[in-house]
Design a protein around this ligand. Structure first.
Ligand code: 2BA
Length: 107
């Protein structure tokens, strides 16, 4: 079994969850915050059999859009780049981690 941990944009979270639950995958939604932009995003947890991982990734990819954020002020980290009053950061579609699950119990 695998645990799929997907970080998606807040605006995409519900449609991704709907698509996963429609296909009978169980999902848990966590409200999270990105360390770079310090903006809210959503982390979805889905536990699935190994053979269904690619199906879940396909669904998440299909409903996660790329977004460009225009940020103003100083860069949030001390980066070796030209500083301008505004800068663009692109996020998404989704950042996906697939982890091995040693044990899965419902008691
Ligand atoms: P944030 O950390 O707020 O990052 C937002 C976007 O800023 C990233 O989009 C990336 O385009 C950019 N970015 C992040 N760190 C950067 C840096 N040091 N220098 C320049 N640009 C940087 P995504 O890659 O799509 O990531 C979206 C969110 O997914 C991230 O929000 C973070 O919450 C999570 N994430 C992405 N990769 C991760 C990782 N390896 N480990 C943990 N969380 C991750």
């Amino acid at each position: 079994m695998k645990l799929i941990l997907a970080i998606v944009g807040k605006d995409d979270a519900n449609i991704v969850m709907d698509a996963l639950t429609e296909q009978k995958f169980q999902v848990t939604k966590l409200a999270t915050t990105g360390g770079f932009l310090r903006a809210g995003n959503t982390t979805l947890l889905t536990g699935v059999e190994d053979g269904k991982v690619s199906k879940v990734i396909d669904i998440i990819s299909q409903y996660s859009s790329k977004r460009t954020h225009i940020m103003s002020g100083a860069m949030p980290m001390d980066l070796d780049v030209n500083i301008s009053p505004t800068f663009e950061v692109t996020t998404g579609g989704a950042t996906i981690f697939v982890l091995d699950v040693d044990q899965y119990e419902k008691v």
